[in-house]
Design a protein around this ligand. Structure first.
Ligand SMILES: Nc1ncnc2c1ncn2[C@@H]1O[C@H](COP(=O)(O)OP(=O)(O)OP(=O)(O)O)[C@@H](O)[C@H]1O
Ligand SMILES: [Mg+2]
Length: 222
């Protein structure tokens, strides 16, 4: 049975896919049979492109399937809102079934949420409740910029209050850095005594970040 890891975050656009693809590649290179899944992706119309999370995650692990999100929605909105506009049903139960199916044949299953930890995946479920249902650990991705300590500690407290294990916090470089960029990991460790914190600087591609994921792997599999 695989270890399931939900790649969640403090917000949308914080680097979940960037970190998830790098982590998937690092796991695959270490010899773990790894699958990375995006259950639901909004703002996607027509042919699947290489810009999509579901596709980028698959390029990370080099998996054959799946190569796109399990459900794609047209409107760039929270999934339940986008689904209502399209009059389609979100198949949360199917997503869980597919993820558990891969967990039976793999070593590691990475699952990227949509938005942040409490962002709705359906009108009932969030990344947090999905992690609970899957008995998953969470890797919390946060943007390495000013304000992130508040968002990160709020998320850490919600995880703790709900008994969901936090494997690691990963700060990923924002598109525009500020004076806090590169300092948030140390500040968070100092304030919380939580030690499993990694930082990914600005890089040309997620492939380059894969070697930085070694300790994150250790924290997940320990
Ligand atoms: N360390 C980094 N170096 C360079 N670019 C990065 C880094 N981290 C993230 N990015 C870029 O920032 C943008 C947002 O990252 P990403 O798509 O991974 O966020 P996300 O949290 O998955 O967003 P969403 O909520 O839409 O799924 C992307 O263009 C990504 O390539
Ligand atoms: Mg993403």
């Amino acid at each position: 049975m695989a270890q399931i890891v939900v790649i969640s975050g403090t917000d949308t656009e914080v680097g979940k896919t960037f970190v998830g693809a790098a982590l998937g590649r690092a796991f695959a290179e270490r010899g773990y049979k790894t699958v990375a899944i995006k259950p639901v992706e909004s703002g996607r119309v027509g042919e699947v492109t290489d810009e999509e999370d579901g596709r980028i995650l698959a390029m990370g692990t080099l998996q054959e399937q799946p190569t796109e999100a399990l459900q794609r929605l047209k409107a760039p909105l929270a999934p339940p809102d986008a689904a209502d506009l399209e009059k389609v049903k979100l198949e949360f139960g199917r997503w869980i079934g597919v993820i558990r199916g891969y967990a039976r044949t793999c070593d590691i299953v990475l699952v990227e949420g949509a938005g942040g930890l409490l962002s709705p995946l359906t009108w009932k479920e969030t990344a947090l409740s999905m992690a609970q249902k899957l008995d998953a650990k969470v890797v919390l991705v946060a943007s390495d910029k000013l304000g992130t300590l508040n968002h990160t500690m709020l998320s850490m407290q919600v995880l703790e209050a709900n008994d969901v294990p936090l494997a690691a916090v990963v700060f990923s470089a924002p598109s525009e850095s500020d004076r806090s960029t590169g300092r948030n990991a140390t500040a968070l460790a100092r304030f919380t005594n939580f030690e499993r914190i990694a930082a990914v600087p600005g890089m040309k591609s997620w492939e380059m970040a894969a070697p930085l994921m070694e300790k994150v792997i250790d924290w997940i599999v320990e």
